[in-house]
Ligand binder design. Structure first.
Ligand code: ARG
Length: 492
């Protein structure tokens, strides 16, 4: 039984004894005592006044006396304006700690047989994980841990958007400028290598647009006619047609990216139970959309494109499949959601995705519901705001994003610098020092990104995050280390 329940029981018994009246458990309101008053827990007596036919202050006083007299749990009480403040006997905490001292399961709830999938990270394969992904990854992983501790059966999932125009852009640039470069030949981590060619694509694209505009084209024309862009589109067509050479390059470059992601995930201490790949679900999405056309949930426009009309849900019309039959972002999500459910039949399906996709997720859930897809009602978008760095916004397309790997390096370097300045690490081996800097640097990063309400935009300040005196990971780690030291000294 927990402490509040124990307090409530004592109060119920005392009310019986003094007033011969029964009060339900729910009718008793117990709060933690405010810091400015003496006591640990406070009973609010106003709501009892009518039932017991007395003034709150009187009730509080009579109850307080009875509780302290009859129950060892309380050592003293005081009454402030109808609030009964109770002080708990230290013996309670001592026996509580003695009972739970060696209990590693303390606080874990028994299984509730509710299955939840939590999808997080979910990168594209044209570039490395960036700093913004870290907030996503930490939120997803910690929600999964919390649900697990609360008795849920949790499936940690990662959806990889591994196909489409974005990866074709990296592929085209590699074909044009790569000279056969590989992670092995260059010593560059695979995801970074592929990301470099994505940047190269965008640089080239920009130059080509400028040239076209200079020769008299409008901006829109130029954007559509730039040779490198046409080549990327051509590659996408070949990919969709199953062209072997294209598929083989796609597979090779994606594998480089996965090798890189694996290293980053491992460094972050992040794992997944199940990976989904857009390339394996977008066709399923198309099939479901066809079914939606047949049963009239969806409609087709003159150009053959497929839409859903959500005006009755105060949204607009949403494109699900282009006129030429090619898929859009949501096409694969419809297939992925269906596949996830057939794989696990989970009760709830959480998607950790940034708030710029609120509309996308609202539409996805509505579509799945209207299509009568099982599990649709369990879809939940855990939305979060953007993280910015003190020197400005994280840019996406141009390549001047901060990579997750670089951020980790920087945090570890700051941990090293600060620790060496404090100079309390004499006698540590090289290995112990390296481990310490990782623990401090990454602990600071995780704690700082998680301490803010997910819905809020935030600024990440590396120096502040690692301050031993702030509301930070290292402060918690320091406190933990002190407690461990006390326990060591206390022996058994
Ligand atoms: N890969 C996408 C992006 O980088 C995010 C995917 C989120 N998950 C999903 N099921 N749509 O924007």
């Amino acid at each position: 039984m927990n402490l509040v329940e124990e307090i409530k029981n004592a109060i119920q018994e005392s009310i019986e004894a003094i007033y011969q009246k029964a009060v339900s458990n729910d009718a008793l309101l117990i709060n933690e005592t405010k810091a400015e008053f003496e006591g640990d827990f406070t009973l609010v007596t106003f709501s009892l006044s009518k039932l017991l036919g007395k003034k709150p202050d009187e009730i509080a006083d009579e109850l307080g006396k009875e509780l302290v007299d009859k129950f060892d749990l309380f050592t003293s009480y005081n009454v402030i304006k109808g609030f009964l403040n109770l002080t708990i006997n230290h013996q309670f905490y001592i026996s509580f700690l003695n009972d739970n001292w060696h209990n590693n399961e303390f606080g874990l709830l028994p299984s509730n047989h509710i299955k939840v999938m939590v999808e997080y990270s979910s990168p594209n394969t044209n570039k490395p994980l960036h700093f913004g992904h870290l907030r996503n990854i930490f939120l997803g992983a910690s929600i999964a841990n919390i649900l697990d501790a609360a008795g849920y059966e949790v499936i940690k999932a990662n959806l990889i958007n591994d196909r489409g125009i974005h990866i074709c852009k990296s592929m085209v640039a590699w074909l044009q400028f790569g000279n056969g470069a590989t992670p092995q030949s260059t010593g560059i981590k695979g995801d970074h290598l592929v990301g470099d060619y994505y940047v190269k694509f965008n640089d080239t694209y920009k130059l080509e647009i400028e040239t076209l505009i200079a020769s008299g084209h409008s901006k829109e024309e130029a954007e559509k006619k730039a040779p490198i862009y046409l080549q990327a589109q051509e590659l996408l067509r070949k990919w969709e047609a199953g062209d072997e050479e294209t598929l083989s390059l796609w597979k090779t470059m994606n594998d480089w990216v996965y090798e890189g992601f694996d290293i980053s995930y491992e460094r972050l201490g992040i794992t997944f139970d199940k990976f989904y790949y857009e390339s394996k679900t977008y066709l399923l999405g198309k099939k479901i959309i066809e079914r939606g056309l047949e049963n009239g949930v969806l409609f087709q426009k003159e150009d053959q494109s497929v839409w859903i009309d959500l005006t009755d849900d105060s949204l607009d019309q949403k494109l699900l499949l282009r006129g030429d039959g090619t898929s859009v972002y949501i096409t694969q999500d419809i297939g992925t959601a269906n596949l996830k459910y057939s794989d696990f039949e989970m009760d709830r399906s959480v998607y950790v995705i940034g708030d710029e996709q609120n509309y996308h997720m609202q539409v996805l859930k509505l579509i799945m519901q209207k299509m009568g897809e099982p599990g649709a009602d369990g879809i939940y978008h855990l939305s979060y705001g953007m993280v910015e760095l003190p020197n400005g916004k994280m840019k996406s397309r141009e390549g001047n994003v901060v990579d997750a790997d670089d951020m980790m390096d920087e945090m570890i370097a700051i941990a090293k610098k600060n620790t060496e300045e404090l100079g309390k690490v004499d006698g540590f081996s090289k290995q112990e020092l390296d481990d310490l800097f990782i623990t401090l640097g990454l602990g600071a990063l995780k704690f700082y990104l998680l301490r803010v309400d997910p819905k809020k935009r935030m600024i990440f300040n590396p120096e502040e995050s690692i301050d031993f005196h702030g509301f930070t990971g290292p402060f918690v780690q320091y406190t933990h280390a002190r407690i461990c030291s006390i326990l060591r000294k206390a022996g058994d």
